[in-house]
Design a protein around this ligand. Structure first.
Ligand code: GBH
Length: 448
């Protein structure tokens, strides 16, 4: 059982649910463009309708209210609220103002993500994260949003999963904008992204009374197979925060979280990238290192490790018969919500909120017109048991299930369903799945 003030919520993101991609002055963003590129989206779908939340936000709020969540995490579409001459678009802002007012009617607290991957196309054309002015554009956007939502929102998340922005969007390029960076540009872009975060935090602190701020990276914790082996634990911890000059460093944890929480890149970073370091000024590091309120983290899956005869870390297979989500990277490893928070707290020492965690299934509507998803129910229960366990050792403030709705799952399109609520993409009908009612029960009880 969690504390009485534990925050149960669920999460979504603008491009994945809103639809109405050309309405009320919204300009093109990188996902509008990317989804038009042949071969990029598995089922050739796009974000033009999805859950139609731009139109149906009042229904969304009712569904959230019935679920009993205290918090709803959604993101703002930059390209809806700022036009191509970098001026505010009031109609776009009104949508988010109305959404927040509607949520507050039901006593649901808005948790606003400023950047969940949908960069305005005109800014991408100016160089995106390689443009040294991008953090000033982001600061301006943050200023506009926080002023528009004044008195409605206190909780902000600057950036969602910088790892995916950089690694998926600029290395393997299965995400927008799909522009491949060489290593030097990658480090430069990462630095600019961190500056976006830092400058945004400053603006939020200035504009918003009692603000609570964080950013939401993702990670895949290393799980020790032997819980009593101290050396194994230490090596897993070290590996979790390690930076290597391999193909995947843009996916690492400490390259983003160390500058943000500790004020500098990890030592290894300066060593392994010494030939291609960006220009890192002392003032930059200070700007990036703004005090934050929480460690947010998106955690879905994990990998098991043991030690070999010479005490080197080795990857272990998933135990036989282990359940798997209907998406290649999602193995069910509930202990991810025990070890992930533990490692993060040990290093950064702030209260933790799980900003995303969820299960992907090929859900169907049965003959009884219901959606039965026992696997998702099992997933939520097992993961919350582990989160509850770790909450006895370190401060855990909340949990956001990903996602409220089935939605546009980026390069996978519409066939990968994470929702508590099923979306019939032919009719727009929304059907609460069994897991919705299970989560409702858990929230009522205050835990498992
Ligand atoms: C989140 O990203 C997103 O924030 C959200 O928009 C999305 O819909 C949701 O999760 C479900 O996918 O290192 O093996 O895990 C997804 C998390 C993290 C999944 C990086 C893919 C790379 C492979 N992603 N991960 S692995």
């Amino acid at each position: 059982m969690f504390n009485k003030d534990f925050i149960f919520g669920c999460a979504t993101a603008s491009y994945q649910i809103e639809g109405s991609i050309n309405k009320d002055g919204k300009v093109e963003n990188i996902w509008d463009r990317f989804t038009k590129t042949p071969g990029k989206i598995l089922d050739n779908s796009d974000g033009s309708v999805v859950c139609d939340s731009y139109i149906k936000y009042k229904d969304d709020c009712k569904i959230l209210a019935n679920l009993g969540v205290k918090a709803y995490r959604f993101s703002i579409s930059w390209s809806r609220v700022i036009d191509e001459s970098n001026k505010p678009n009031q109609k776009g802002l009104d949508y988010y103002i109305n959404l927040c007012k509607e949520l507050l009617k039901y006593n649901i607290k808005p948790y606003v993500t400023l950047y969940h991957w949908d960069m305005p196309m005109w800014l991408e054309d100016l160089g995106g994260f390689l443009n040294d002015d991008i953090s000033n554009y982001f600061m301006h956007y943050t200023d506009v949003v926080t002023k528009a939502l004044d008195g409605l929102v206190t909780d902000y998340i600057t950036i969602n999963e910088p790892q995916c922005i950089m690694f998926l969007g600029h290395n393997i390029c299965n995400h927008a904008p799909g522009v491949k960076y060489n290593d030097k540009d990658m480090l430069h872009a990462i630095h600019n992204l961190l500056l976006c975060h830092g400058k945004a935090v400053k603006v939020i602190r200035e504009n918003v009374k009692n603000s609570k701020i964080g950013f939401a990276p993702c990670s895949r914790p290393m799980i020790p197979t032997d819980i009593n082996n101290k050396l194994l634990y230490e090596k897993c911890y070290k590996e979790y925060f390690n930076v290597n000059r391999d193909n995947e460093y843009a996916n690492d944890v400490s390259i983003y979280s160390d500058p943000i929480f500790l004020g500098d890149y990890p030592k290894e970073y300066y060593e392994i990238f010494k030939d291609i370091l960006p220009n890192i000024k002392k003032e930059d590091l200070e700007l990036i290192h703004q005090p934050l309120d929480y460690i947010y983290q998106n955690i879905y899956s994990a990998t098991f490790y043991s030690l070999d005869k010479s005490n080197n870390l080795v990857k272990e297979a998933f135990p036989f018969g282990y359940p798997e989500g209907n998406i290649d990277w999602l193995q069910v490893v509930p202990k991810a919500l025990y070890y992930g928070p533990k490692y993060l707290y040990e290093r950064y020492k702030l209260p933790i909120i799980i900003s995303e965690n969820g299960f992907c299934n090929n859900d169907i509507v049965s003959l009884d017109n219901k959606v039965h998803d026992p696997e998702r129910i099992d997933y939520i229960n097992r993961y919350l048991i582990e989160l509850d366990r770790v909450s006895k050792e370190i401060p855990i403030k909340g949990y956001f299930y990903w996602s409220l709705f089935d939605n546009f799952e980026w390069s996978y399109g519409l066939k990968k369903r994470f929702g508590l609520v099923y979306i019939d993409y032919n009719t727009g009908k929304r059907i609460e799945k069994d897991s919705y009612f299970e989560y409702k029960k858990i929230i009522e009880k205050g835990g498992i």
